[in-house]
Design a protein around this ligand. Structure first.
Ligand SMILES: [Zn+2]
Length: 447
């Protein structure tokens, strides 16, 4: 027997779906309302909204949190809110070494989050399996459910690091030269490799969770999170300085992507144009990354007479004029360092801060950001010379421009936070909330 759906029935269903979404948006913004209040706010009758609310209640999307206290003798009205155990968005930040996951409700509020390390050398397939199992464990151990899941957004390493297939912690010893890898094929190889992996990751998650899955550069997601945490800064330049140097440009709250998805790769701006400038892993010479990555600074420190020291030793030596650190008993073995050594460490940091300031100043001339947000281990070290960085930036930008150098504020979960924001934005479920989602200082089960 053939089943026919009348146009009227189709229209009724569409209207029902729209009302469901409107209720989720309304309650998702944190409101706790009675049926009558919901009907009134949405401008529909109670007869229209009652079956919608019943279905959302049965599906576990909304719950009764209280009954309205009143003086009348009639039945007390139930007060409805979003079910705090209903996961609506999953934000994932996958690097080569670990995955960070945030499970958020319809309002974008974090319900629970966590981090899981990958096994060394794990393939992307196996990383996805680990991440999915981790999400399922978080859901079951916190008694949550995924019946209302809307979307998943996944932050992945950027195209530049896909190019060689090496982790940020494992740079290749031999670099392909520009001659070996012509510009056209370079872009193509990079794009193909990145696209294949992104596609596969998307596929694996979509097959598991049956919802739309988006992927993007995880530094762009981190930058989106920073922008949401600086409500007055819609235009932002984000720089992460660690084993590599990455960045993102946020324009009016959106990340600039570029033709080959390479926008914001500030680590590969040339800061030394001489023929013998250090080679960068991207194949160019004189890139910013070749001067101010962890490895680069460690090498400078070793050349300055500390052949066995690490980046951590450099940080400690650079900080040693700080009285708080000097009196810290944990640092007693290091306080015997010669003042000369502290001075050398600080010279390295000042020089690196100048190099960084000039590069981001040039980028700021083009992008005109409100703020230049600096993150990562090297970023934290160089921010001890924040005025030096700001002075160099100010030399570059137009006198009427104001681009303030500041430290990142969201922390290590920034990539996953940005993924949740992107997921919300794409699903349009929260229709651009007037306040940024409360992921920075999460309220858990706020009903
Ligand atoms: Zn480079």
């Amino acid at each position: 027997m053939m089943l026919h759906t009348s146009p009227m029935e189709t229209q009724r269903r569409a209207s029902f779906e729209q009302h469901s979404q409107d209720v989720l948006n309304l309650l998702g913004a944190g409101h706790q309302l009675t049926r009558a209040e919901i009907a009134s706010r949405l401008g529909v009758t109670r007869t229209t909204i009652t079956p919608v609310l019943s279905q959302l209640h049965d599906e576990g999307a909304i719950v009764t949190v209280a009954t309205q206290s009143g003086e009348g003798r009639g039945r007390r009205a139930a007060i409805l809110a979003i079910d705090p155990t209903a996961v609506r968005h999953i934000g994932v930040d996958m690097s080569h070494t670990r995955v960070i996951v945030i499970l958020a409700n319809n309002a974008g509020t974090e319900i629970v989050s966590g981090m899981k390390e990958f096994q060394a050398g794990a393939t992307w397939e196996s990383r996805c399996t680990t991440a999915i199992k981790f999400i399922q464990t978080l859901v079951s151990s916190h008694e949550l459910h995924l019946r209302q899941l809307s979307r998943i957004a996944i932050g992945l390493p950027g195209s530049a690091s896909w190019h060689f297939g090496f982790s940020e912690e494992n740079y290749p010893a031999v670099f392909p030269s520009r001659a070996e890898l012509k510009a056209e094929s370079r872009t193509q190889v990079m794009q193909d490799s990145a696209n294949d992996t992104r596609l596969r990751v998307t596929q694996i998650f979509a097959e598991e969770f049956h919802v739309p899955v988006a992927t993007a550069h995880h530094i762009r997601y981190a930058a989106i999170a920073e922008a949401a945490n600086h409500p007055s800064a819609e235009n932002l330049l984000y720089v992460r300085l660690s084993s590599g140097v990455g960045g993102a440009v946020i324009d009016c709250g959106k990340a600039v992507v570029g033709a080959a998805k390479l926008a914001g790769e500030i680590g590969h701006m040339c800061v030394d144009h001489s023929d013998n400038a250090p080679l960068c892993r991207c194949g160019k010479r004189g890139c910013l990354e070749a001067f101010i990555s962890i490895t680069a600074l460690e090498n400078s420190w070793r050349k300055a007479g500390h052949p066995k020291d690490t980046f951590a030793d450099l940080c400690e030596a650079a900080h040693q004029d700080n009285p708080e650190r000097r009196t810290n008993p944990g640092n007693s073995s290091r306080t015997s360092r010669l003042p000369d050594s502290n001075r050398r460490a600080q010279e390295i940091v000042v020089q690196a801060a100048k190099t960084l300031g000039r590069a981001i100043g040039c980028a700021a001339v083009v992008t005109d950001p409100d703020s230049i947000v600096i993150s990562g281990e090297v970023g934290n070290l160089l921010l001890t010379q924040q005025e030096v960085i700001q002075t160099e930036v100010d030399k570059e930008i137009l006198p009427v421009a104001q681009s303030r150098v500041c430290a990142a504020s969201v922390g290590f979960k920034a990539g996953a936070v940005g993924a949740v924001i992107a997921s919300m934005s794409e699903a349009n479920t929260a229709s651009t909330p007037s306040t940024p989602p409360n992921l920075i200082n999460p309220r858990i089960y706020d009903t």
